[in-house]
Design a protein around this ligand. Sequence first.
Ligand code: CA
Ligand code: CA
Length: 295
Amino acid sequence: MQFFSKDHTITHFSSEMSPNYKVKLGETFVVEAHDCYGGQITSEEVLRPDINLDIMNQATGPIYVEGLSTKDVLTIEINDIELDQHGIMVTTNELGILGEQIKEPTTKILKIENGKVTLDDITFPIHPMIGVIGVAPRSGVIHCAVPGDHGGNLDTKDITIGNKLYLPVFKEGGNIALGDIHASMGDGEMNGTGVEIGGKVTLTVSKLADKQIHSPIIENENDFLFISSASSLEKAIKKCAKVTVNHLEEQLSVSFETAYRLLSAVCDIKISQLVNKLVTVRIAVPKFILPKLFL
Ligand code: CA
Ligand code: CA
């Protein structure tokens, strides 16, 4: 199995970036990732204001997928996420929903052991997930800390073991990069950080030939989750609702009104994260309505 080390990372997703690694369709491979701080926080003495924020959220890659074209949808199956032994959570002034209440920055190192996270003397189960994963965007340069239709800093807890992520392909080969693993994160990522950690992710890539999507979608056991990011929660929800309703109209061959009723009757809106430059939401469409992404 190919192993792609964290020695090759990007700080920006660019439409023109050239690959450091190469895989074939159907291939399973391992990607090693830094924590979101790029390993700069080595103890509780190192505070967030001390580090270089420009290299935050760096992503390992880009990984070129041979045989993947802009006429396809990229499918990334997340087989496993192996976590390092310690996670990091910082607090700092103005970070997160209640950041104004933080007077002095603090850093906490959290032990990860036997499937549990330990914070002070409180333990809770790990929920490994990938914060940053994406492909080359249609145009321009997007920092790895920013989410978008290309993926990026989606901070969506369903990007986890056993699920599939579907991404649009804007450039031949896709050029996948990923990083910013979390040992656990709640919807919203409300203090501005997950349990930040490095690790190794095992992925399998494939494609849906001659299909088009416009923004990321996740498949889990029960649902398809349509993901949208925008400058406000209201804008993100509206954008996500449009994408979801359009997809239901096309795939179920129903009117806008029927798709809109289904959106309201059976779909859940969820907040992925509220703390990045653009906020991210997702809408879960149950498989009893949409058994396959493309029918
Ligand atoms: Ca993140
Ligand atoms: Ca993070």
